[in-house]
Ligand binder design. Structure first.
Ligand SMILES: C[S@@+](CC[C@H](N)C(=O)[O-])C[C@H]1O[C@@H](n2cnc3c(N)ncnc32)[C@H](O)[C@@H]1O
Length: 374
């Protein structure tokens, strides 16, 4: 890295109150450092806003007034004003011309997106960092120091806002489903987006986590969509015995949830794919996975992909399939036409498969599972 900040970078002489002053700076002009300091400022401001329940309102409304926000999040209004002032100072919000309300700046969505990566690694996965030794040496570490599923879902969604929801929403718009189903739906952001994108579409979300299901229902209610979105608090695994929530699906999407079944429950994952195929072949629909692949080594992806792969393999005891292995899992589930797309999130792929009545189930090959780290 360049160390240009050890030298004073000269600026022009200036006249201040009739006296000529030399103004220098030790601040670096290296854009990468500016990126890091800008991001550090926004990450913490946005995380505390998320923990207060403020960010969702800021994203949903075009303009917010401090009095209403204060009542909504149960914080004294002068404290809310001080926080909104900090957001304005950081360039995340702007004051409305009438001086009463606050709106998102042009940069807000970008910083939320960039912060999603940092907060997934540093906040949602905090137990892995604070209790590394236990995670590496004590078998009970995941029970003693679990991750907060709500934080995982929220920060994944911030990453998704630009990295993978837009391409998935593009596919949804094209396919125009009457029923969109999201497995491991998290905060139901994608379902809400699908209903906005396709007129007359209804949505079904399935998620194991009660807190996440509560957030998903609140999100649907806040947008007046409670009668068009059904949230089931249940596991993917339960769809093997009772696939009825999949009935009528034109699209079944699953974002970052099937890898949670691998490798121990590979057979269960394939059984769920089979039931998805059965439901989707009735409508000629699509299964769309947004999923992880291991250790992508190209320059664009290698850093974040390495973190994600390492965390999954060492702290969550997961195996991430390579793209061809994802395709093999879907072939075993009955899907024959499989397409794989890169997305902005390093180490993530969209895997899309169309269901046809004539499809056959291929046998599952023996997986090599990536052993490069062992
Ligand atoms: C990483 S988050 C992704 C959320 C959302 N799909 C997205 O892309 O933003 C994974 C979600 O799957 C849920 N989940 C994990 N294992 C599950 C299982 N076996 N059955 C149902 N949901 C599960 C978690 O509660 C969490 O909300």
């Amino acid at each position: 890295m360049e160390r240009s900040n050890v030298e004073v970078q000269e600026r022009e002489l200036e006249t201040v109150e009739n006296r000529v002053v030399f103004r220098g700076t030790y601040a670096t002009t290296t854009p990468r450092l500016r990126d890091a300091t800008d991001l550090a400022g926004c990450v913490s401001l946005l995380e505390l806003g998320a923990r207060l329940g403020l960010i969702e309102t800021l994203r949903r409304e075009t303009s917010v007034e401090p009095e209403r926000l204060a009542a909504e999040i149960a914080v004294p209004v002068q404290k809310v004003r001080a926080l909104l002032h900090a957001y304005v100072a950081a360039g995340l919000l702007v004051r409305d011309p009438d001086g009463k309300g606050y709106s998102r700046s042009e940069e807000f969505d970008d910083y939320l997106y960039f912060s999603g990566y940092v907060l997934w690694g540093l906040s949602a996965c905090r137990p892995f960092i604070e209790h590394t030794r236990d995670y590496l040496c004590a078998p009970k570490a995941p029970q003693s120091h679990p991750r907060d599923g709500g934080l995982v879902a929220v920060f994944s969604e911030w990453v998704g806002s630009k990295a993978f929801y837009p391409p998935v929403l593009g596919m949804i718009r094209e396919i125009a489903p009457k029923r969109f189903i999201d497995l491991g739906c998290g905060t139901a952001k994608l379902i809400v987006g699908a209903l906005g994108a396709v007129e007359g579409c209804d949505g079904v979300g399935i998620d194991l986590d009660p807190g996440v299901c509560r957030l998903a229902r609140m999100s649907a209610a806040a947008r007046g969509l409670s009668d068009r979105i059904r949230i089931y608090e249940r596991s993917l695994q339960s769809l093997v015995e009772d696939p009825s929530p999949l009935d009528g699906a034109d699209i079944v999407h699953a974002g970052f949830v099937f890898h949670d079944l691998l490798p121990e429950e590979t057979d269960v994952a394939v059984a769920v794919f089979r039931n998805c195929h059965k439901a989707l072949s009735e409508t000629g629909g699509y299964l769309i996975l947004t999923e992880l692949v291991p250790y992508e080594s190209n320059e664009r992806e290698r850093k974040f992909s390495s973190l994600v792969t390492y965390f999954h393999m060492q702290f969550m005891q997961r195996r991430l399939p390579r793209p061809s292995e994802w395709a093999a899992l879907l072939h075993a589930g009955g899907f024959q036409e499989v397409e794989i797309f890169e997305v902005d999130m390093p180490g993530a792929r969209i895997i899309r498969a169309k269901a046809r009545k004539s499809d056959r189930n291929d046998p599952l090959p023996v997986f090599a599972w990536d052993k490069s780290s062992e």
